[in-house]
Ligand binder design. Sequence first.
Ligand SMILES: *[C@@H]1O[C@H](CO)[C@@H](O)[C@H](O)[C@H]1NC(C)=O
Ligand SMILES: *[C@@H]1O[C@H](CO)[C@@H](O)[C@H](O)[C@H]1NC(C)=O
Length: 325
Amino acid sequence: MRCVWWTLAAGALLCLPGGAGLDNGLARTPPMGWLHWERFMCETDCGKNPSGCISEQLFMQMADMMVSNGWLKAGYRYLCIDDCWLATQRDENNRLQADPTRFPGGIKKLADYVHARGLLLGIYQDVGKATCAGYPGSQGFYELDAQTFADWGIDLLKFDGCNYGTLELLEDGYRRMSIALNRTGRNILYSCEWPLYARRLTKINYTEVAEYCNSWRNFDDIEDSWTSLKYVIDFTASLQGELVAAAGPGGWNDPDMLVIGNFGLSWDQEVTQMALWSIMAAPLLMSNDLRDINPRSKALLQDQEVIAINQDPLGVQGYRLLKVI
Ligand SMILES: *[C@@H]1O[C@H](CO)[C@@H](O)[C@H](O)[C@H]1NC(C)=O
Ligand SMILES: *[C@@H]1O[C@H](CO)[C@@H](O)[C@H](O)[C@H]1NC(C)=O
């Protein structure tokens, strides 16, 4: 519960439900940026698809676009790598390493490139033995991997939940990685998928999730279609009693990526996603191709009045008041 002195008219003390998020100083408003998954998925064939494969070149080009085309200025600061960046094996000291052909310079060099442009770099790992696409996971290596990310200059970790084993290992893994990230001393925003996986097995304690995570996914991956968007919106509304109360500065419900600027949504549907994600105080992580995006979608994603609602420092998540049909 957080209380705000409301000075309009007579003045009243207004108390709002709202979680206290992870106390690491990060994500005081919903994080904004770009994440490769929905648009580029696990394309690893750079021979066949040189401009769309998961490679350092893709991220360097997106970094350039984020700066030159107004995205950073509009608030989109985190450039995030998703699954399929890893080599198939850890190195001889058990440290994670990027795929050597697709990331020949390594992640540290990419982070330097991104930081030199005023952006922040996000990376992906998994709480289980393997990532969802089958690359080496963090289970058994939480402290080492957190330190590796800190050494490379990583600013955000998306921590997936495939291949976790038991519920106890899943929940313990999410807690341990949070503590490990904290102990590195580096500011690393921690984006969890804990409730999405744990919901199948137990009731979620959102107070606890918010103590460990800066944001958390509750529902399946979004796809580039209205059907998918509608699932996410309806799911969020059906659980809003729990979800709205959990959100607040430092910790946010994550309904997954903005798919605006791709192929599957009409203009009205794009407007709907931007409006609802802003009202829901959702992380604004676009997944699209910034090298090739139509001007209308770009203007929508950069609309400062809508973004201001999403970035309201009070951090109250809006909810559905009425369902007509
Ligand atoms: C680690 O946790 C402490 C206590 O919650 C917090 O004050 C500090 O800012 C955190 N540090 C980092 C680097 O996250
Ligand atoms: C939920 O987690 C909080 C914080 O860790 C704890 O204080 C509370 O007892 C938990 N609630 C339940 C029902 O387990």
